[in-house]
Design a protein around this ligand. Sequence first.
Ligand SMILES: Cc1cc2nc3c(=O)[nH]c(=O)nc-3n(C[C@H](O)[C@H](O)[C@H](O)COP(=O)(O)OP(=O)(O)OC[C@H]3O[C@@H](n4cnc5c(N)ncnc54)[C@H](O)[C@@H]3O)c2cc1C
Ligand code: SF4
Length: 631
Amino acid sequence: MRAIAEAVAPSAEGLPGAEEQVPVGAPMSRFMADLPPEVSRAVRLALRLFERLPFPWRFSRLSLEARQEYLAKMEGARFAPYRDLMLLGKLLAMMGWARDERVQAAAGFEARCAVAEGSPAPRSAPLGSLEPLGDGEECDVAIIGSGAGGAAAAVILAEAGLDVVVLEQGPHVGRHDYPTDPLEALPLLYRDAGMTIATGRPAIPVPVGRAVGGTTVINSGTCFRAPLGVLADWSRSAGVGWATSLDDEYEAAERMLQVTPVDTDLMGRNGQLCMEGARAIGASGGPISRNAGRCVQCSSCPVGCRIDAKRAMHVSYLPRAVAAGARVRAGVEALQVRIEDGRATGVICRAGSATSAVEAAAARNGAHPSLRSWELRARTVISAGGAFGTPELLMRSGVRNRHLGSHLHVHPAAWIGARYEQEVRGWEGIMQSYYVDEWESRRILLEATFTPLSFGGHWLPGVGPELMARIRDYGKIASIGVHLHDRSEGRVGRSANGSLRLSYRLRADETADLQFGIARAAEIHFAAGATEVYPNVGPVQVITRDRLADFEATRLKPADLRLEAFHPMSTARMSSDPGEGVTGADGSVHGVEGLYVCDAGLLPTSVGVNPMMTIIACSAHVARGLAGELC
Ligand SMILES: Cc1cc2nc3c(=O)[nH]c(=O)nc-3n(C[C@H](O)[C@H](O)[C@H](O)COP(=O)(O)OP(=O)(O)OC[C@H]3O[C@@H](n4cnc5c(N)ncnc54)[C@H](O)[C@@H]3O)c2cc1C
Ligand code: SF4
């Protein structure tokens, strides 16, 4: 790791060098030690491969210049696995290096989250005791998972007078506890410390949250309703008739989360440049609506909102559910739904993991949590562990359905950065601020999204001095995310040792759609004044305005793209036909009484826009139906 970091980020352009001034190997080794064993094994294997690849030489024994030359060749290699390996090495090196305050200061970067003057002060109500009691508890409804779907369901059911317990395997992390160091924040707030990766060509990282509040704790707060065409398709093709009548649920969620459109004067240059470029080429779009009121100045959304401006579930729905009598239990992993005579009767769990940031830090420092068996007896069970957690749990519980874990959609996304002559200082604006929906018919949505240096540095092309020059000018980089409304599918499964196994296969025709979207993002950047664009496509690292047509004419293979994804969905999809889905239109699991799903897994297809509001709306609808039955 040290040898890679030194070569990727040497001291240059006034930036302190990796290992020379900024230790990277030691903190990254500690970070890797905290990863779940199977993830840690995979990363270490990749690093060993790196070391042996320049056979007969060893990578770490090459001179600095030879290592840089080797890495540059890997980055531009025609053979995709070389590029994937290089991207992983660069990502780890950047994460370890760019977190250092000296690096951030040299790049001019400052994270200062704040709300606009005159906005109401962000507030959050208490969640009560999060400690699981004794060796078990009892309730009417057990909800496994405290994210968007689980929390929304908890409010409806608790307010209907039912006794509700919400189980969450992650800890509760409050506004005073968010670490600023990504190497501490990732293991605390994300599943697999953010290293959840779907294998395939290309391999796609798909991070998800693991904390009280689920992924909403670390998401960007963007709020969209699903396009009407998508909801009509769910109604028609999946037999989910109510999908076209979700207006009331969306309205209630928007009220609850205080959703407002971003103020274009406050959104910052990253969004404004996207808006100016889109307008210049006549592309339709608008300011994004968010659940963070009038927050300004950002970059911290992926590691938690330190001022609670963002109405994540642990500061919005969950306190409301608790006020109505619900109990939230943190550090409790549901191992299996107890199913007796075809009916769910409770949840078999392991309790005793960290319930707070303080306990999580103690565990990282060697304190052994005393894990214990724990059981929640319930009349009804709702799985709300997200698009990965739900199939994982239901498979462990013996639910057999060929659609379970299949049809994984993720909205594959490409980060398209560009360099401008003017200052952008993307961190002085709202992270996700302006959308362009002109190309909805090609299933493409663009969103101006600024990424903090520690999470975005590896997307810039080059290594060594070339990369350092770009990082020195990070303040002049703007970025647009290109999202695909995917029909391509993946799969959630379990490996022999029971760990999560993900795969995703990008279709050739959708590769062409993504390439089209990347070209449109580049066009917008150029129209707004960019001098060069970074398409994040293996064989093409930089596009200039005069080469855009050539880029479009190049036929790309799926493996040529470098993608990430944030919206896993559809792994327990609803269909009124038991032969076509895992759950019925009422959210109940086909073939098991008293077992429901309320999370991203429910969605019959990909949504095409950021899914949180649709997950909330669908889960609330399912919970309302269930409350009607149980009360
Ligand atoms: C970086 C990032 C940014 C994003 N930005 C946006 C955005 O701006 N707008 C938007 O609409 N969407 C965004 N998303 C996606 C959005 O946040 C998710 O789609 C949404 O939160 C999913 O809701 P869910 O209820 O399905 O699962 P989650 O919110 O992921 O909650 C599931 C919870 O269940 C817990 N769990 C799982 N299994 C178990 C078990 N066995 N026992 C106990 N607990 C368990 C997990 O720890 C987790 O906390 C973003 C995602 C990421 C990663
Ligand atoms: S919502 Fe995000 S950008 Fe806004 S104040 Fe919170 S962390 Fe900062």
